[in-house]
Design a protein around this ligand. Structure first.
Ligand code: UFG
Length: 337
């Protein structure tokens, strides 16, 4: 089966590409490489011994996307492409809405022209907004606190409406919790531009000596140690969730189905710092700082629906996530640069 990965050279896309190739799928990547490195493609080949077709295009460029579909016999799409920085989305909302919605709309139009009926979408736990209760279940209310989050929720709505209109269309919406870790080879991993927004890449950059110390954003939350609690998931487990979603679609699912991809276990910022230090035998200097605007105390998933209906579970634990994140960073001190 030939699968198109939009944004396939990014952090989650590249790990999904490896798992797909290792499981006999053929892969075509469409990526504009704005926020990804072209070196990823060689690394994927090194890991899998297989090649992928790569189109350096913007997914919102309809003519370029049509050309891709006319040249490749695409049977299913996994749609990762999109801007993803929360703070930037607050500063540049129109850029976020334009890009993240245009890509999905163009993709749906071209898929329809070429009679492609299967799509998995990269959504986020951010669509639950400020949770009233945890763990979060798929049926719970949604709302967002920033334009990035709204683009995820609007895309969920667009895709859902498309399945109402076209009964042959199959959509799976995957709501990711907090992906960290890297492929065990240390050849692919997360390589953020500039100062990392997220916790794990910040920690690994402190560990490798690029940053002096971690700022812990608040220690007065209503959590066991006062620091924020999140549901961290190994990126390879997350990648495998996409294979399970494709199998689910191939088994005859029609319409829209939503799944949380998380472990169900929450860890605090200090849990992450301590575990990272323990498994890698490294000190991570840190200082308690003010809360970060928009952060909430606890976000955890109820993954039962994905466990049961997709036959998917997360296999890696926090030790693996911390070890693999560091293995990637120490082998690639400057990421792909
Ligand atoms: N944190 C720090 N210091 C840092 C970075 C983060 O203390 O330098 C803390 C945060 O306050 C939070 C936890 O580490 O308690 C995790 O923060 P991340 O930025 O790694 O992750 P978030 O949960 O804030 O964000 C993630 C995704 C977003 C998504 C959001 C909600 O990165 O894309 O979950 O689902 F929108």
């Amino acid at each position: 089966m030939k699968v198109l990965l939009t944004g396939g050279a990014g952090y989650i896309g590249s790990h999904t590409c490896v798992e797909l190739l290792n499981n006999g799928y053929e892969v075509v990547i469409a990526d504009n490489f704005d926020n990804a490195s072209e070196k990823v493609i060689d690394r994927i080949k090194q890991i899998t011994g297989k090649t992928v077709d790569v189109y350096k295009i913007d997914v919102a460029d309809k003519e370029a996307l049509r050309e891709l579909f006319s040249q490749c016999d695409i049977e299913a799409v996994i749609h990762f492409a999109g801007y993803k920085a929360v703070g930037e989305s607050v500063a540049k909302p129109t850029m976020y809405y334009r890009n993240n919605l245009d890509t999905t709309l163009t993709l749906l139009e071209v898929m329809s022209e070429f009679n492609v009926k299967k799509i998995v979408f990269s959504s986020s736990a951010t669509v639950y907004g400020v949770p009233k209760v945890v763990p979060l279940k798929e049926g719970m209310p949604t709302s967002c606190t920033n334009p990035y989050g709204w683009t995820k929720l609007f895309n969920e709505q667009i895709l859902t409406d498309a399945t109402v209109a076209d009964k042959e269309l199959s959509v799976v919406l995957l709501r990711y919790f907090n992906p960290i870790g890297a492929h065990k080879s240390g050849l692919i991993g997360e390589s953020p531009n500039g100062v990392p927004n997220n916790l794990m890449p910040y920690i690994t950059q402190v560990a490798v000596g690029k940053r002096e110390k971690l700022g812990v954003f608040g220690d007065d939350y209503d959590t066991p140690d006062g620091t924020g609690v999140r549901d961290y998931i190994h990126v390879v487990d997350l990648a495998n969730g996409h294979l399970k979603a494709l199998e689910y679609i191939n088994n005859g699912h029609k319409g829209t189905e939503i799944f949380n991809l998380g472990t169900g276990t929450g860890y605090s910022v200090l849990d992450i710092v301590k575990t990272f230090s323990k498994v890698n035998d490294l000190e991570i200097p840190y200082a308690i700082m003010e809360r970060r605007a928009g952060d909430v105390a606890i976000v955890t998933a109820d993954p039962e629906k994905a466990n049961k209906q997709l036959n998917w579970t997360a296999n890696f634990g926090l030790d693996d996530m911390c070890r693999d994140s560091w293995n990637w960073q120490k082998n690639n001190p400057n990421g792909y640069d």
